[in-house]
Write a protein of this length. Structure first.
Length: 205
């Protein structure tokens, strides 16, 4: 079976979506105790070697890595939804989707000196939604490589990135980096022709 094609609406590099008010969300992130980070990270469903020492608090996640259309709230979503919802809505406003869906939503915390190794988001569930980052805490020595170029994303600047080509991150600064990372797609966009056949085949990718 051929490799499923990506959503043609996804960026092939980076797409700057504009500034977002992250004041309340940043305040909430700064108040998360170390024990809470450790507990949430231990329970996370996204365990990939490329993530190295990066910790996550996962709010929403797909039911299966084979299909982005079905997802669920995780326990932390109910507590955080009030501060997350305005940021999510503002970040995706440029798309103009009447029925947008967030299959995955999480915080990603990279320590000083941390590295996310070169990788692609290989699961089929990552091929259709837009992949969006909103930096919450960062420093000038955080370098993100997307779309064949290095970027230094500023706090509150929402950006869609190409997650299907090799990408990596280095935090060469003395402070941690925390991003809100999420996926987003248009529920009214016709599903790709390959999806039904892929699911029927039972393929893993």
């Amino acid at each position: 079976m051929s490799v499923p094609a990506a959503n043609p609406r996804k960026t092939s590099g980076v797409r700057m979506l504009g500034p977002v008010d992250v004041t309340r969300l940043v305040q909430a992130v700064r108040q998360v105790p170390e024990a809470a980070w450790a507990a949430e990270n231990a329970a996370k469903p996204n365990r990939f070697e490329a993530l190295d020492a990066t910790q996550h608090i996962v709010f929403r996640f797909v039911d299966s890595g084979r299909d982005w259309r079905f997802s669920h709230d995780r326990p932390a979503w109910g507590y955080w939804r009030g501060v997350l919802a305005p940021v999510l809505a503002a970040a995706v406003a440029p798309y103009g989707y009447a029925r947008g869906v967030f299959p995955r939503v999480m915080l990603a915390r990279m320590p000083a000196g941390g590295v996310i190794q070169p990788h692609v988001d290989a699961l089929v569930a990552a091929k259709w939604p837009h992949k969006i980052h909103v930096p919450l805490l960062t420093n000038p020595q955080v370098v993100s490589h997307f779309g064949g170029a290095e970027h230094r994303f500023a706090v509150g600047e929402a950006v869609e990135v190409n997650n299907l080509a090799p990408h990596w991150v280095r935090n060469e600064g003395a402070s941690e980096r925390v991003h809100l990372i999420f996926e987003y797609y248009d529920a009214d966009q016709p599903e790709p022709d390959w999806l039904a056949g892929f699911l029927a085949s039972g393929a893993n990718r």
